[in-house]
Design a protein around this ligand. Structure first.
Ligand SMILES: O=C(O)CCC(=O)C(=O)O
Ligand SMILES: [Fe+2]
Length: 353
């Protein structure tokens, strides 16, 4: 539903100023504003209740992306998370920026390129600014769990600590923690099956996926009247081992497959799993780190959540196509590239031939 005219101003107050439309260009949603997707779902489907390892190997080799069904994340948790995140995004931009949602959650906008502490990576003086039409918050899951444990303890000790300015934050934090635990379970289960398919062995598997690195990002892509002149998130591959995405019903996510951009239709109660650069390296290019992007919508804000999990910081990844490297080096290189050339070069830096 489009916001009413009084709400419109309030709603747009929640956007970073660059994203606020001029009143003349505000578009109200016509009945058929949704992207027309074909009925059939092109993505391979992996059923977590009866995990077929051959099908999984095929999906990893041919696609690097698949849809997860029967994943066991409660529908109610997904809808609560969605609603509370939406409430948080609807606070004024100034509030979001000032408050930052309180440690360990950090607010960002205009770029998905962040430092480990959740700040936007600054570009060098010769790099043209490239604003992505997105805002979000980033949540390191281990820090969040520790914070909730501490809060519980101080509550038991009758020390209520600092009261949060926003009561909805408490509910959201608990949901994010629960959602994060489900994501960690899903990534561990899928990774175990992949590691068996790749015959990685116990020691390498332990080093190649470290759930303590798990990070959540919740995104809002504000509607934009010039939908073809801005990008939600530009084409990229993820640096992770595994990424797991939750998509709302608006649509706009696309994946690069056999020379074409393929729109991925949002299907309720399913999740989308992507393989990242670290998986490509540890599988010695057998599996793909898949390129993807997000388009924005003229009439509706889009929301999504991504879970990203990495290898142990200093665990060495060895394969015959790449020189040995650890994730900490890879991340530093990506940050350096964003600053100096303006985009991520990624695995090519580490490729041997
Ligand atoms: O919002 C989405 O669906 C995708 C986000 C994404 O690609 C990313 O965070 O790396
Ligand atoms: Fe991504």
């Amino acid at each position: 539903m489009p916001p009413s005219s009084t709400n419109t101003t309030t709603h747009y107050d929640s956007y970073p100023p660059v994203f606020r439309p001029k009143i003349a260009s505000i578009h109200h949603s016509p009945p058929t504003s949704r992207i027309p997707y074909s009925d059939s779902d092109p993505l391979p489907v992996i059923d977590l209740q009866c995990l077929n390892k051959n099908k999984l190997a095929e999906a990893c080799r041919d696609w690097g992306i698949f849809r997860l069904v029967n994943h066991g994340v409660p529908t109610k948790l997904l809808s609560q998370l969605h609603e509370h995140a939406k409430d948080l995004f609807s606070l004024s931009f100034e509030t979001k920026q000032r408050h930052g949602f309180g440690s360990p959650m950090s607010y960002f906008w205009g770029t998905p390129g962040l430092t480990p502490s959740g700040l936007a990576i600054e570009r060098g003086p010769n790099i043209a600014p490239n604003i992505n039409w997105v805002e979000g918050f980033s949540v390191p899951l281990t820090l969040l769990s520790n914070l909730l444990a501490q809060k519980k303890l101080s509550h038991q000790l009758q020390d209520h600590g600092d009261d949060d300015d926003y009561p909805m934050l408490d509910a959201l934090r608990t949901e994010l923690d629960e959602y994060g635990k489900h994501q960690s379970r899903l990534a561990t289960t899928i990774f175990k099956a992949i590691a068996e398919n790749l015959e990685l062995g116990r020691e390498l598997s332990d080093c190649y996926l470290s759930t303590s690195t798990g990070n959540l990002r919740v995104y809002r892509y504000p509607r934009c009247s010039e939908e073809n002149q801005a990008s939600g998130i530009d084409a990229h591959t993820d640096s992770s081992v595994i990424s797991i995405l939750y998509h709302d019903e608006v649509g706009g996510f696309e994946v690069y497959k056999d020379g074409n951009w393929l729109p991925v239709k949002p299907i309720p109660n399913t999740l989308v799993l992507l393989l990242g650069d670290m998986m490509q390296a540890m599988s010695n290019d057998k599996y793909k780190s898949v390129k993807h992007k997000v388009k924005i919508n003229k009439y509706e804000d889009r929301m999504s959540a991504g879970y990203f999990v990495f290898p142990k910081e200093n665990g060495v990844i060895r394969s015959s196509n790449y020189k040995p490297f650890c994730y900490a080096e890879f991340r530093a290189q990506v940050q350096h590239d964003l600053k100096t050339v303006g985009y991520k070069i990624g695995l090519d830096h580490f490729k041997l031939h």
